[in-house]
Ligand binder design. Structure first.
Ligand SMILES: Nc1nc2c(c(=O)[nH]1)N[C@H]1C(S)=C(S)[C@@H](COP(=O)(O)O)O[C@H]1N2
Ligand SMILES: [Mo]
Length: 157
């Protein structure tokens, strides 16, 4: 390998915040049977992607969120049940009835406007709804379920 290639690789490793290197965060998913699976951003990138543009209460401008729909993710993790607990890095947690998870919403976003989100910008995993699409997504219930810095999805019932 040429020295310049090695240099470029080292530069990339340390300075380019691409998907695989965003940070070491993993999203853990636990089923009722005690089975647990961990997903990196790269793992999420390998699942079917979904995206939408919306305004949010957290941003001044419309933004495009992209990632994996929560329903597709739970399917990939092979967990099922009636109640999902979503827990954040800061231990914030909220429960959501699985019956209220749609095919396309919410999504576990891994990108905002195409860029991975550092922990300080609510990343790297953020549960978001297409807020502009329906008034029900602009409710305290949906906002409370918009868990940023998501670290754990556990089926509790
Ligand atoms: N990680 C994390 N996500 C969270 C929260 C939190 O404290 N931590 N608060 C929730 C609640 S109760 C609401 S209403 C929305 C909006 O919170 P904000 O008004 O503080 O931005 O974020 C939700 N997501
Ligand atoms: Mo809230």
């Amino acid at each position: 390998m040429k020295f310049s290639v090695v240099l470029a690789a080292i530069f990339t490793l340390f300075f380019v915040p691409n998907a695989a290197l965003a940070n070491g965060s993993m999203l853990r998913i636990e089923g009722m049977d005690g089975k647990a699976v961990e997903f990196s951003i790269k793992d999420l990138d390998d699942l079917p992607q979904t995206s939408f543009e919306t305004s949010t209460i957290w941003t001044d401008e419309d933004v495009v969120f992209s990632g994996v729909s929560l329903s597709a993710l739970l399917q990939a993790a092979e967990v099922s049940g009636t109640t999902l607990r979503m827990t954040a890095l800061n231990d914030y947690a909220v429960d959501m009835p699985m019956s209220e998870i749609g095919d396309d919403y919410p999504i576990v976003a891994t990108r905002m406007d195409g860029a991975v989100m550092p922990i300080r910008d609510k990343g790297p995993f953020w549960v978001v709804f297409p807020y502009d699409a329906a008034s029900s997504f602009r409710s305290e219930t949906a906002y409370a379920r918009s868990v940023w810095q998501l670290s754990l999805l556990s089926v509790i019932k």
